[in-house]
Write a new protein. Sequence first.
Length: 115
Amino acid sequence: QVQLVESGGGSVQAGGSLRLSCVASVTSFSIYTMTWYRQAPGKQRELVASITGGGATNYVDSVKGRFTISRENAKNTVYLQMNSLKPEDTGTYYCNTRVDDYGYWGQGTQVTVSS
């Protein structure tokens, strides 16, 4: 059983910053790709950023240059540093990983950006 626990969400004004964290209870954390998704009200969940075990990263175009995903394997933690936040970044942010072809999700953390 894999558990993912997100934290770090909150309410900020446009232009502000937040850092999300996701702690994973999984052995051999360092080998797994970790992904951040978000879901805005009334919209489908979308991939925001991912990081492989080797450290390769991928971002949705709308956050490139503003968000940075990173991982700290010694702490089984993946981060999402979000700068220059915009109102359209508002949503619930979820941490995800796949272990043995099964996808696991955290409970989500809310991010609200006001204009």
